[in-house]
Design a protein around this ligand. Structure first.
Ligand code: SAJ
Length: 406
């Protein structure tokens, strides 16, 4: 492989697709991951994550010699930091992976290089990393290009959205912004919007917080309507006929590793100011708890009505419809909670997008709905929309599978 133009640190859900895309555009990419297994898999032209079309892109990039993985970085012109930013303590963002990745490349940096953070980060992270870099390499002060550019791709549609979505690019100075824009222009068709690093950092957090707040509004409506004996799905459909109203769909809560997480980055730094954002998180978390309680109540009611214990189908484990990703899944939380309260009832746990699970024994969705007395829809998977349910079943439709299909 020739001297790489790009070093990509972090070969996960965003780093690997981005590395493959850059490599497909005939730039030499040196991918870095701390996990040697991931490095070996990629060097074999294979992938360790599930994402449509990624396997082909990686296989092609590796076989043509444009992408190579390693556990250590090498000298290049552009360095991209795409590592996780998890939490520590009580919902406080942990930027230690960004810091470690930055420290690893500091000795390699030279004049005019481009350093970009893509990891979701608290406001001020890019400036902090700039201080770290110039603290260690004072001779490079003002001579590097340092920028923040968040990703905004939807899992399941990453390869399309990576190319076609607009991007926000914020440098620590004008020169950095321009340099980063000319880098992304090579492989992105969406518009590239220029700003400063702090605004770009906040923009990412605000995009996901905005969606979280909107979903919380829908979830709050579902709680109100349950008490008021109003069909929330019909209500939302009708309200959305207004030209300036667009309410999202209630569900079992908000899952995934982005929307359910990023708002805390704002709340943790601006606790007094971020009242709605914090409350939305609470509402969306509470909604999952509420669903579990509803199942518990339905169980007890069935026993009173029929003088026997019910069998229960729990429909879906993924964090959203039609995917196999169970991370931070409200449906999984609900299933766990319901099983904690199990009292000799029969349970059928269903997830059509995965074959087996190391904790739950899975049942096919057809068998589950046939055998169960109570059917709780936790995820609106497409398979569930085809089902014909007999009238004697107790149906808890938390995500509008049945109603929205009428
Ligand atoms: N959900 C609802 N009701 C809705 C829409 C979604 O309850 O009306 C729930 C889903 O079931 C799921 C959660 O919200 O549990 C999140 O799903 P999602 O499809 O809204 O979003 P993610 O987490 O897959 O991806 C988001 C996207 N952000 C926005 O749409 C603002 C994506 O563009 C980001 O790149 C991604 O987060 C990320 O990586 O930050």
């Amino acid at each position: 492989m020739k001297q790489p133009q790009v070093v990509m640190i972090g070969l996960g859900y965003i780093g690997l697709p981005t590395a493959a895309l850059i490599a497909q555009n005939k730039s030499y990419v040196h991918g870095v991951d701390t996990n040697p297994k991931i490095v070996d898999t990629i060097n074999e032209g294979k992938i360790h994550i599930i994402e449509p079309d990624l396997d082909k892109a990686v296989a092609e990039a590796v076989s043509q010699g444009y992408l190579k993985a390693s556990t250590t970085p090498v000298v290049a012109n552009t360095y991209l930091i795409v590592v996780p930013t998890p939490f520590k303590g009580k919902n406080e963002p942990d930027i230690s992976f960004v810091e470690a990745a930055t420290k690893a490349i500091i000795p390699l940096l030279k004049e005019d290089d481009l350093y970009i953070i893509e990891s979701t980060s608290p406001v001020g992270t890019t400036e902090k990393m700039m201080d770290l870099i110039y603290g260690a390499r004072p001779e490079l002060k003002t001579k590097l290009n340092i920028a923040y550019c968040p990703e905004r791709v939807l899992p399941g549609n990453v390869m399309y959205e990576l190319v076609n979505n607009d991007r926000v690019i914020g440098g620590i100075d004008e020169k950095s912004t321009k340099k980063a824009v000319s880098f992304y222009k090579e492989f992105i068709k969406g518009d590239l919007h220029e700003t400063n690093a702090r605004t770009a950092e906040m923009c990412k957090l605000v995009e996901n917080s905005s969606r979280d707040v909107q979903i919380a509004f829908a979830n709050e409506l579902s709680l109100i309507c349950d008490k008021a004996e109003i069909d929330v799905w019909e209500l939302i459909k009708l309200a959305n006929k207004h030209p300036r109203v667009n309410i999202l769909q209630p569900g079992c809560g908000v899952g995934g590793h982005c929307i359910a997480v990023d708002p805390y980055f704002i709340v943790s730094d601006y606790p007094m100011e971020s009242q709605i954002i914090g409350k939305a998180r609470e509402i969306n978390n509470y909604k999952s708890f509420w669903c579990a309680e509803k199942i518990q109540t339905a169980k007890l009611q069935f026993e009173i009505n029929h003088g026997r214990k019910p069998s229960i189908a729990l429909m879906g484990l993924a964090f959203k419809p039609n995917i196999d990703d169970l991370r931070e899944s409200p449906a999984k939380y609900i299933v766990q909670k319901v099983l904690q309260n199990a009292n000799n009832e029969d349970y059928y746990i269903v997830e059509p997008n995965i074959e087996t699970h190391n904790v739950f024994k899975l049942t096919s969705y057809k068998e589950a709905v046939e055998k169960a007395d109570i059917i709780a829809f936790l995820v609106a998977h497409k398979e569930f929309k085809q089902l014909n349910l007999s009238k004697d079943k107790v149906v808890l439709d938390f995500c509008g599978v049945i109603i929205n299909n009428k």
